[in-house]
Design a protein around this ligand. Structure first.
Ligand code: GLA
Length: 328
């Protein structure tokens, strides 16, 4: 049996998933391939890059005893089919800790290997809960993009209703992901702190319907800035979807850059390295917009470029299909 699970790049809509906001990710052509067989009563996983393999008896009752690098895979297996054995090798074309959702891709690959349905938002939910079990309090963005992506399309997701639309990406839009060289890890980043700050804001205003004036009800200036990012970002995402569908790449690019400034100034999840990279890219002819992508605190920048631009670095990413079975 073989499974393919892509990574994803979030084009816009950052730190909005866990407050019931909007985001616009797409699954990409880089990802994880899992090859193996189901059966027996152990979870045996190895990689093709020589990391210590995992060999655990089922059911897995204590994730804390699983080596950290395998915890997400083990947590997913425990949720998907706790008593079904799996022996598999994982190969990856995704850079780890770059903000391209290698974790969600691993979750999707393991979940599908153990019988979870492809293309189903419930599989995305299962993977998100597994990631929570493994200690990362993430939203649903990555898992939904990785499981429900469609070739040639991005996804406009409304996390309030759970509804999403596949939006065609114009063929002349070239998205390039450029690594900053700063590695990130959600468990050690202030991600949980931002989550708590957004919850504090949501106790005072409805972040989905609030106007900028409404944010005056929040006394704490830090919490107010976090809320301003969420409110302004939701507006940008809606507008981005419209502009992209119209083929107005210049406006779409500007919205991406504005998103970066909001993440830098109001949400404070950028770093000097990411800011310098964004400035450098925006000064490059043919680059229409650039922003950090993913949680921030390092990772990658995504740039929207005119179709003939070659940045000479990073990965040109194309909208790709979600996780699926390659062979039975
Ligand atoms: C990480 C999380 C997502 C989302 C982004 C920020 O990728 O896994 O749920 O919150 O950060 O937009």
């Amino acid at each position: 049996m073989a499974i393919w699970a892509p990574g994803r790049v979030n084009l816009i809509g950052e730190h909005t998933d866990y407050t019931g906001g909007l985001a616009f990710p797409m699954a990409i052509q880089l990802g994880i391939e899992l090859r193996g067989r189901v059966g027996g009563n152990r979870l045996r996983l190895e990689t093709d890059i020589g990391i210590d393999p995992l060999d655990a008896a089922l059911p897995i009752d204590q994730l804390s005893k699983i080596p950290p690098r395998w915890r997400i895979a083990a947590a997913t297996a425990a949720r998907a089919a706790p008593n079904t054995g799996l022996s598999a090798t994982l190969g990856s074309t995704l850079p780890a800790s770059a903000g391209l959702s290698s974790s969600a891709a691993i979750e999707a690959a393991v979940a599908l290997a153990l019988g979870a349905p492809a293309g189903d938002p419930r599989t995305a939910l299962l993977c998100q809960l597994a990631e929570h079990d493994a200690g990362t309090p993430c939203g649903l963005l990555d898992q939904l993009a990785v499981i429900c992506g469609r070739e040639g399309h991005g996804m406009l997701i409304d996390f309030h209703t759970g509804h999403f639309d596949h939006v065609r990406i114009p063929p002349d839009a070239r998205f390039v992901v450029v690594p900053s060289g700063q590695e990130r890890d959600l468990r050690s980043s202030p991600y949980a702190q931002r989550l708590a700050e957004c919850r504090a804001a949501a106790d005072l205003v409805d972040l989905r319907s609030a106007s900028f004036d409404d944010l005056g009800a929040i006394d704490d200036p830090t919490i107010r800035r976090r809320a301003r990012h969420v409110v302004s970002e939701n507006r940008r995402v809606g507008e981005f979807g419209t502009r992209l569908a119209e083929g107005d790449l210049h406006s779409a690019g500007e919205l991406m850059s504005e998103s970066h400034y909001s993440l830098r100034d109001d949400f404070e999840v950028s770093t000097p390295v990411l800011d310098a990279l964004v400035s450098e890219l925006l000064a490059t002819p043919g680059v229409l917009g650039a922003r950090l992508t993913g949680a921030g605190f390092g990772g990658c920048v995504v740039a929207l470029c005119e179709s003939d631009v070659d940045l000479g670095r990073g990965w040109a990413v194309v909208p790709s299909t979600g996780a699926h079975r390659l062979t039975n």
